[in-house]
Design a protein around this ligand. Structure first.
Ligand SMILES: Cc1ncc(COP(=O)(O)O)c(C=O)c1O
Length: 473
């Protein structure tokens, strides 16, 4: 297979091995190829004794020069990963056992073959070149004080950039002095729980079990708030002092919070002093109509808005942001100070560069197109016979099935991982909405696979669902 230099050649048909090689790797082609080969040997994807293609053929397959291929082979021979003998070509060398990481520590070894679990974007689409440019600029222009301890709320450059972005893209009222940069949504939730100090926190049912644990482990008590086809039921908040909601795209049902519920929630907050915590984790990805403004814009003094770069860029960055009502800023900044001083500064500066230079918008726009295409592919596969919810936005959809356990077992047998609605209820085996006969469904994360793996993952999903009964409520 010959690919142009601009295309990602991320598998290597010559040896039938996923080399995960990106010829546009920012480190350069030779270093990228060396990395890919080294990893493939270390992880056992290229077994000892495997004969590698001649440099001429490898170069043609990957769309690189023969000199680059040869230099990469020579380097790995020098490092002992490969052996080269006159006349018999280049082979993978036998590796001492301690050079191979134990399988249990290797997340990729444990990863399912086909991954349609919700939670991650396509991290293969991380804009490495744009990030590198932004980081370079950030470091070139940062004052030396940027390397010292700083404001617990985060870098002013990023807070200023986000202030404009959030107002423009999400309708959030976000003066920089009300923003606290966090290491992701989860840290924001933890800090808030500590600041609220023990009051009952209402959380959507179904919702993320991990986020419920985060609240509990930070001293909060969690109470369920039912979710129906209009989103969280605002009339069930009773004694809660705060409610955590996902208005743009409820996790995991995908429902958009109905305008009446938005009003009811803000009325509840205004009347009793309750706090709304808005988790806007995938609000940038809306496909069927104009982006829906954040709830925070309706009641900025009663809503804590939490956003994250985990879906737009990648969870590894650990970058998120909170926009706080004025009365909470000092307390949250103090909690942040006592947690980790502040979030790592250079990443903040790089993100600020990307936002002000509009590289962030461009990346989000490209992602929106890609994920919309994936969503359409999913809908085509499922056809009209299956009820699919939550397709207007985000990176996951809820597919009704009659028997989760049966479908999950079939999926596992095919090497396919998907999310399970049943894991999201507050009370396992019971749903708040239907007593003991709860609806069942698969939470399909169509953002997760790499681009090249998506179609195949969908085909496997189609096979798994074939012949299983659709649910329906
Ligand atoms: C419902 C929900 N909220 C928030 C997040 C993002 O969390 P964080 O910013 O801590 O990575 C995710 C990511 O998977 C999510 O699924």
């Amino acid at each position: 297979m010959v690919r142009g230099p601009g295309q990602a050649a991320d598998f290597w048909s010559g040896v039938g091995v996923d080399l995960q090689h990106n010829p546009d790797a920012p480190a350069g082609r030779r270093a990228g190829l060396e990395h890919a080969l080294r990893d493939a040997v270390r992880e056992g994807r290229l077994a000892p004794g495997t004969r590698l293609p001649a440099t001429r053929r490898l170069a043609a397959e990957l769309g690189i020069s023969r000199g680059t291929a040869k230099a990469a082979y020579d380097q790995l021979v020098a490092e002992g990963y490969l052996t080269a003998r006159q006349g018999s070509g280049t082979e993978v060398a036998p590796l001492p056992s301690d050079a191979v990481p134990p399988a249990a520590d290797d997340t990729r070894a444990r990863a399912p073959r086909f991954d349609l679990r919700p939670g991650s974007p396509d991290v293969g689409a991380f804009p490495a070149a744009a990030w590198l440019r932004a980081m370079r600029r950030a470091i070139a222009t940062a004052p030396s004080l940027a390397y010292d301890y700083g404001d617990p709320r985060g870098r002013i450059e990023l807070r200023t950039a986000l202030s404009g972005y959030l107002s423009r893209a999400r309708g959030v009222l976000a003066p920089p002095d009300r923003i606290v940069i966090t290491s992701g949504y989860v840290q924001g939730l933890a800090l808030l729980t500590r600041v609220l100090d023990g009051g009952a926190v209402a959380m959507e049912d179904p919702g993320s079990p991990f986020h419920r644990d985060v609240v509990r482990r930070n001293g909060g008590s969690v109470v369920p708030v039912r979710v129906d086809e209009r989103g969280a039921c605002a009339d069930e908040l009773e004694d809660a002092s705060a409610v955590v909601v996902t208005p743009a795209h409820q996790y995991p049902t995908g429902v958009t919070l109905h305008p009446e519920r938005r009003r009811a929630l803000t009325d509840w907050a205004r009347a009793g002093g309750g706090l709304i915590v808005e988790n806007d984790y995938d609000g940038e990805f809306r496909y069927d109509r104009q982006p829906l403004g954040a709830l925070q814009g309706m009641a900025p003094n009663h809503v804590v808005y939490l956003g994250t770069a985990s879906k737009t860029l990648g969870p590894a960055l650990r970058l998120g942001w909170m926009v706080l009502p004025p009365h909470l800023v000092d307390a949250v900044a103090d909690a942040k100070l006592h947690s980790d001083h502040h979030t790592e500064s250079m990443g903040q500066l790089a993100l600020a560069e990307m936002v002000t230079g509009h590289a962030y918008d461009r990346h989000v726009r490209a992602g929106r197109l890609r994920y919309r295409r994936r969503r359409d592919q999913l809908l085509d596969l499922l056809g009209p016979g299956r009820d699919v919810r939550g397709i207007a936005a985000g990176l996951h959809a809820l597919v009704d099935v009659e028997d989760e356990a049966e479908v999950l077992a079939r999926a596992e047998a095919e090497g396919l991982a998907v999310g399970r609605l049943g894991d999201h209820w507050h009370t396992p085996g019971m749903s708040a909405s239907s007593g003991n006969g709860r609806p069942q469904g698969l939470v399909i994360g169509y953002g997760t696979p790499r681009e090249r793996a998506y179609t195949e993952a969908l085909e496997v999903l189609g096979k798994v669902l074939e012949g299983t009964a659709a649910g329906g409520r």
